[in-house]
Design a protein around this ligand. Structure first.
Ligand SMILES: [Fe+2]
Length: 138
Protein backbone atom coordinates (compact mmCIF):
# COMPACT_ATOMS: atom_id res chain seq x y z
CA UNK A 1 0.00 0.00 0.00
CA UNK A 2 1.36 3.39 -0.89
CA UNK A 3 2.38 5.74 1.91
CA UNK A 4 0.46 8.54 0.32
CA UNK A 5 -3.20 8.44 -0.61
CA UNK A 6 -2.91 11.37 -3.00
CA UNK A 7 0.18 12.17 -4.99
CA UNK A 8 0.34 15.87 -5.82
CA UNK A 9 0.20 16.58 -9.53
CA UNK A 10 0.73 19.88 -11.32
CA UNK A 11 -2.51 19.03 -13.15
CA UNK A 12 -4.19 20.36 -9.97
CA UNK A 13 -2.72 23.86 -10.41
CA UNK A 14 -5.27 26.65 -10.86
CA UNK A 15 -2.78 29.44 -11.58
CA UNK A 16 -2.80 31.41 -8.33
CA UNK A 17 0.18 30.77 -6.08
CA UNK A 18 -1.73 31.34 -2.81
CA UNK A 19 -4.57 28.98 -3.74
CA UNK A 20 -2.21 26.42 -5.27
CA UNK A 21 -0.10 26.47 -2.10
CA UNK A 22 -3.21 25.86 -0.01
CA UNK A 23 -4.30 22.99 -2.26
CA UNK A 24 -0.88 21.40 -1.80
CA UNK A 25 -1.26 21.72 1.95
CA UNK A 26 -4.73 20.14 1.77
CA UNK A 27 -3.32 17.18 -0.11
CA UNK A 28 -0.57 16.88 2.52
CA UNK A 29 -3.15 16.99 5.33
CA UNK A 30 -5.34 14.38 3.65
CA UNK A 31 -2.30 12.13 3.42
CA UNK A 32 -1.64 12.79 7.11
CA UNK A 33 -5.21 11.72 7.95
CA UNK A 34 -4.63 8.63 5.84
CA UNK A 35 -1.40 7.84 7.71
CA UNK A 36 -3.28 8.39 10.99
CA UNK A 37 -5.95 5.84 10.16
CA UNK A 38 -3.46 3.18 9.20
CA UNK A 39 -1.88 2.99 12.68
CA UNK A 40 -4.78 0.90 13.97
CA UNK A 41 -6.72 0.60 17.23
CA UNK A 42 -7.40 3.39 19.72
CA UNK A 43 -4.33 5.30 18.58
CA UNK A 44 -5.83 5.48 15.12
CA UNK A 45 -8.99 7.12 16.44
CA UNK A 46 -7.08 9.74 18.45
CA UNK A 47 -4.52 10.40 15.75
CA UNK A 48 -7.17 10.56 13.06
CA UNK A 49 -9.35 12.98 15.03
CA UNK A 50 -6.39 15.26 15.65
CA UNK A 51 -5.48 15.24 11.96
CA UNK A 52 -9.05 15.75 10.78
CA UNK A 53 -9.70 18.63 13.17
CA UNK A 54 -6.55 20.37 11.95
CA UNK A 55 -7.65 19.75 8.37
CA UNK A 56 -11.11 21.22 8.99
CA UNK A 57 -9.62 24.45 10.35
CA UNK A 58 -7.32 24.66 7.38
CA UNK A 59 -10.15 23.97 4.92
CA UNK A 60 -12.17 26.85 6.37
CA UNK A 61 -9.22 29.24 5.89
CA UNK A 62 -8.73 27.95 2.38
CA UNK A 63 -12.39 28.35 1.44
CA UNK A 64 -12.35 31.92 2.79
CA UNK A 65 -9.33 32.66 0.55
CA UNK A 66 -11.02 31.18 -2.51
CA UNK A 67 -14.25 33.04 -1.79
CA UNK A 68 -12.37 36.33 -1.42
CA UNK A 69 -10.70 35.67 -4.76
CA UNK A 70 -14.02 34.83 -6.46
CA UNK A 71 -15.65 37.98 -5.08
CA UNK A 72 -12.76 40.16 -6.25
CA UNK A 73 -12.85 38.49 -9.67
CA UNK A 74 -16.65 38.90 -9.89
CA UNK A 75 -16.69 35.23 -10.73
CA UNK A 76 -20.14 34.39 -12.16
CA UNK A 77 -20.36 30.94 -10.53
CA UNK A 78 -19.46 32.27 -7.09
CA UNK A 79 -22.76 31.45 -5.34
CA UNK A 80 -22.86 27.83 -6.53
CA UNK A 81 -19.20 27.36 -5.67
CA UNK A 82 -19.62 28.80 -2.17
CA UNK A 83 -22.58 26.45 -1.64
CA UNK A 84 -20.33 23.47 -2.45
CA UNK A 85 -17.89 24.66 0.21
CA UNK A 86 -20.67 25.05 2.80
CA UNK A 87 -22.13 21.62 2.03
CA UNK A 88 -18.70 20.02 2.36
CA UNK A 89 -17.97 21.68 5.73
CA UNK A 90 -21.39 20.53 7.02
CA UNK A 91 -20.89 16.98 5.73
CA UNK A 92 -17.43 16.69 7.27
CA UNK A 93 -18.71 18.00 10.63
CA UNK A 94 -21.52 15.39 10.52
CA UNK A 95 -19.06 12.61 9.70
CA UNK A 96 -16.77 13.68 12.56
CA UNK A 97 -19.71 13.47 14.99
CA UNK A 98 -20.54 9.94 13.78
CA UNK A 99 -16.88 8.99 14.00
CA UNK A 100 -16.54 10.27 17.58
CA UNK A 101 -19.63 8.34 18.70
CA UNK A 102 -18.42 4.96 17.43
CA UNK A 103 -16.39 2.54 19.55
CA UNK A 104 -14.45 1.06 16.67
CA UNK A 105 -14.64 3.63 13.92
CA UNK A 106 -13.05 2.96 10.60
CA UNK A 107 -11.67 6.22 9.27
CA UNK A 108 -10.61 4.75 5.94
CA UNK A 109 -13.94 5.39 4.23
CA UNK A 110 -13.99 8.90 5.69
CA UNK A 111 -10.53 9.73 4.32
CA UNK A 112 -11.48 8.25 0.97
CA UNK A 113 -14.53 10.54 0.93
CA UNK A 114 -12.22 13.52 1.66
CA UNK A 115 -9.87 12.49 -1.10
CA UNK A 116 -12.62 12.06 -3.68
CA UNK A 117 -14.28 15.34 -2.75
CA UNK A 118 -11.04 17.33 -2.87
CA UNK A 119 -9.84 15.87 -6.17
CA UNK A 120 -13.25 16.17 -7.77
CA UNK A 121 -13.75 19.71 -6.50
CA UNK A 122 -10.36 20.91 -7.77
CA UNK A 123 -10.81 19.20 -11.15
CA UNK A 124 -14.42 20.23 -11.78
CA UNK A 125 -15.06 23.41 -9.82
CA UNK A 126 -11.78 25.15 -8.97
CA UNK A 127 -10.43 24.63 -12.48
CA UNK A 128 -13.41 26.58 -13.85
CA UNK A 129 -12.25 29.81 -12.20
CA UNK A 130 -8.78 29.43 -13.74
CA UNK A 131 -9.42 32.04 -16.49
CA UNK A 132 -9.93 34.62 -13.70
CA UNK A 133 -6.84 33.92 -11.56
CA UNK A 134 -4.46 36.13 -13.54
CA UNK A 135 -6.66 39.19 -12.95
CA UNK A 136 -6.78 39.02 -9.17
CA UNK A 137 -4.08 39.58 -6.58
CA UNK A 138 -4.56 37.85 -3.23
FE1 LIG B 1 -13.29 25.60 -4.15
Amino acid sequence: MANELIAWSDDFLVGNSVIDGQHKELVRMTNECWAGCRIGGVVAKVSFLKAIQGAVLYVKTHFATEEEFMRKARYPLFAAHKKQHEDFVAEVAAQIRVFESEDNPNPTAFVEYLMHWILEHIANSDKKYMPYTAKVQL
